[in-house]
Design a protein around this ligand. Sequence first.
Ligand SMILES: [Zn+2]
Length: 107
Amino acid sequence: MADVILPRFYGCYNCRKHVALHDDIVRKDFVAGHRRRAFLFCHVMNMVAGPKLNRRLLTGVHMVADVHCSDCGEKLGWRYEKVYEDSQKYKQSKTVLEKFKIVKLNW
Ligand SMILES: [Zn+2]
């Protein structure tokens, strides 16, 4: 009989609401502004997105929307709404969560 394996979640560091699954990480070596570590996720949950804005990031201009925890409203990262450069297209529709803003749950 197989053991039940609970999925490994990340939660909001502020209220511990589940916001993403470990298995949904696309890139672990992401860097947010000012050299802060971040993860790129293909899917997140319990998030509310802000307005879409064109913003200049390290890799060029992208249309992004900040994402906030649906429970406490804390800003946890941003979502790439539209990516203009071909070399960066893999980011489109994916979400960056800053590492210091998420905590491991169920590990
Ligand atoms: Zn929260």
